[in-house]
Design a binder for this molecule. Structure first.
Ligand code: S3P
Length: 407
């Protein structure tokens, strides 16, 4: 699917965004291994979170959807059933990596696969700690999906992760739920803490000490009623549009402002009623890079219209997201007539540049489709986004929401 985007003078109004993708995945997975019913309100409408629900159902769990409410009948830590076929994680790195932690402890075999993009993403980062816990897990060429997991008893570990990755941390903590004793994960920089919070909400004993998170094995998890806040990473596109277009005034309702995710706001603005501003630009590096990792594509577009430009460092992780986002961002920026230098671990985008209309390609990556749609609003002339349907991975209503706020 392709979308034509005309320039907009401003964006205005009030919008509601889908439920947070990270939180939705975690609630669904933890609910499945909790005892009793969980009711999740405002579950993400994105395809990724539906991949998680599909896997959970294939493991014998009832998950009933009514609009954005999802009712999950949990069967406790030992209640999952062997799947009849392979588990489809679709495009979702969170599904395959986090669910593997649970599957590694089951008394059955499972096989997880994904789409073409997911099949190219590295899995050693979870295979290594799970193997250290005693799991038998194999991947294509020893490192890619499909993953074959022969579940069994696990023992706790004290894992020091070389990467700041919430997916890796979650995978190990989920596996730790099934191990006797305490499992811990230490990260170089703390990643988003949604798992720590969600696990506690369901009754797990989770302790946090600086970059180290520990979980006690075999807790009693119980179902509950929860509401997912709106996704700040989806809000990022609209915040960027409002900042870029003069005369904009946009209010975004119900956004989750968890401090491990809201670095975007510290970096950009002070309130979430967003008005056009001349942005200074700056450097994103070290811990800030980890905190802003999903927002970098749209920040790079925004960087071109800032006063000082934007430099991103320490972001080699971007190369192994749904696409190599350093390359796909730089490529599309060039098509926008924007000067951008690709660095091994980031990007350098000089400021005070003009954005030109053109043809942009999502390369099948949701955040690239949405980032360049925002850029196209500020360009002169009509642009085309190829592969626009990719947005539905996290935000199926993106194009309608965008059309509803542009003047
Ligand atoms: C996520 C963690 C991040 C992020 C992804 C969602 C999560 O990935 O990019 O979109 O929900 O835990 P990494 O764990 O690979 O950094």
């Amino acid at each position: 699917m392709q979308k034509r985007i005309s320039p907009a003078a401003s964006v205005s109004g009030s919008i509601t965004l889908p439920g947070d993708k990270s939180i939705s995945h975690r609630y669904a997975m933890i609910a499945a291994i909790s005892e009793g019913e969980t009711l999740i309100h405002n579950y993400s409408t994105g395809a990724d979170c539906h991949s998680t629900l599909g896997c959970v159902r294939a493991l014998g769990i009832e998950a009933e959807e009514r609009g954005t409410d999802v009712r999950i009948r949990g069967r406790g830590l030992d209640g999952l059933r062997a799947p009849a076929g392979d588990l489809d994680a679709g495009n979702s790195g969170s599904t395959i990596r986090m669910l593997s932690g649970i599957l590694a402890a089951q008394p059955f075999r499972s096989r997880l696969f994904g789409d073409e993009s997911l099949s190219r993403r590295p899995m050693q980062r979870i295979m290594q700690p799970l193997a250290a816990m005693g799991a038998k897990i194999a991947g294509r060429d020893g490192k890619f999906p499909p993953l074959e997991i022969e579940g069994g008893p696990l023992h706790p570990i004290d894992y020091v992760s070389p990467v700041a990755s919430a997916q890796v941390k979650t995978c190990v903590l989920f596996a730790g739920l099934f191990a006797g004793g305490t499992t811990s994960v230490t990260e170089p920089v703390r990643s988003r803490d949604h798992s720590e919070i969600a696990l506690r909400e369901f009754g797990a004993d989770v302790r946090v000490e600086r970059e180290k998170v520990s979980i006690a094995g075999r807790p009693r998890l119980t179902g509950r009623e929860l509401t997912v806040p709106a996704d700040l990473s989806s809000a990022a596109f609209f915040i960027a549009a409002a900042l870029m277009l003069p005369g904009s005034s946009l209010s975004i309702r119900g956004v989750g402002l968890n401090p491990t995710r809201s670095a975007l706001l510290d970096f950009l603005v002070g309130e979430i009623l967003v008005r056009h501003s001349l942005l200074a630009g700056g450097v994103i590096e070290k811990g800030l890079t980890a905190a802003l990792i999903d927002e970098i594509p749209v920040l790079a577009v925004l960087g071109a219209v800032t006063r000082d430009g934007l430099t991103v460092r320490d972001a080699a992780e971007l190369r192994i997201k749904e696409t190599d986002r350093i390359r796909t961002v730089a490529e599309n920026l060039r098509r926008m007539g924007v000067d951008a230098e690709e660095l091994p671990d980031g990007l350098a985008v000089p400021g005070l540049q003009r954005l030109h209309a053109g043809e942009f390609d999502s390369y099948g990556d949701h955040r690239i489709a949405m980032a360049f749609a925002v850029g196209a609003l500020a360009a002169r002339g009509d642009s085309v986004i190829h592969g626009a349907d990719a947005a539905s991975v996290s935000f199926p209503g993106f194009w309608d929401t965008l059309a509803g706020i542009t003047d």
